[in-house]
Design a protein around this ligand. Sequence first.
Ligand SMILES: [Zn+2]
Length: 360
Amino acid sequence: MSEATAVLRGIPAPEDRWDDHASAGRSLLEELAYRSNLLGADRALANQGGGNTSAKGMTTDHLGREVRVLWVKGSGTDLATITPAGFPGLRLDDLLPLRQRDAMDDASMVDYLLRCAVRPDQPRPSIETLLHAFIPAEHVEHTHPDAIIALTSTPRGHELVEEAFGSQAVWLDYERPGFAMSQRIAQMLEENPDARAVLLERHGLVTWGSTAKESYHATLEFVGRAALAIERAANGRFGLGGPKVAELRDGGKQSSLLAGALPALRGSLLEDADGVVLDVGRADRGGDCKKARCAEKVRSWSDVAPFRIEIAGVTHQDLRGKRNPPTPMSEPSPMQKTQPLQGQFLHRVVSGHQGHGQAA
Ligand SMILES: [Zn+2]
């Protein structure tokens, strides 16, 4: 996995979080929750609320009969925090006959799934439930990994997937989740018995296993291999989350670049009627200037008062004030009107409203 870590620079790598001691002694449903939490703990694998997991086993119904059951993630829950109670149980022997249907709209499918419930008070099952039901493996997981979405979103995605995985994976052209997608995947897997995964164009990944651990590791393996395929195809020129421009390491040049650029930048921000706070900083006083964050939107300048610029810890310029009327780009900015920068390194724009900025 270390190779994948190197490729996925800038985003969390698919670290193997499985712990045999932690998983030991769990029931099927508890183990499903454990596996789901591991996937959800890595947002590079499963975005918040995204993806779903399942396990097939036996349970006892209200008449005391042993019935086959599919436990699948409830709609709207998050893999990172889901507990056993978050997985509705559905009668597998009621679900499987749907393979014989040609079509089914969403409303009919949802209604049908509700009627397969083992318990009347359980959560609503995921819209991707049939995908899990139709794959003949005890443990199935569907995730939205960054590396898979990147690979399957490129113009040569299909070709790259075939090169990287051969008969070990099947490619599904983009299709909206639902009955038809589940049917198509089941059919493709019947036609490609060597496949160990499905890559869904611009969507995600489906893997499975005979044990929970095997299924989890299949996801990690295919994500890692997808990342390497991207890197190979880009010949080292592509990195998820890596720098997009060369870093300026010379401190003196950083200062003069900032001094020259910030007045114009601030002027353009003042034109924004919504009000945007510019937060410029550096990782540390002796290091490189790495951050130039365009922080959160605010209603007006007065919301963020006092607003001032701290220059190299020496000079403070109070730029707070009023909401300036929109000015054309060619107009001098308020910064230029007050005082030119002293040629010092512009350390930070501090606002009284400490927001959480988005990386620019
Ligand atoms: Zn999905």
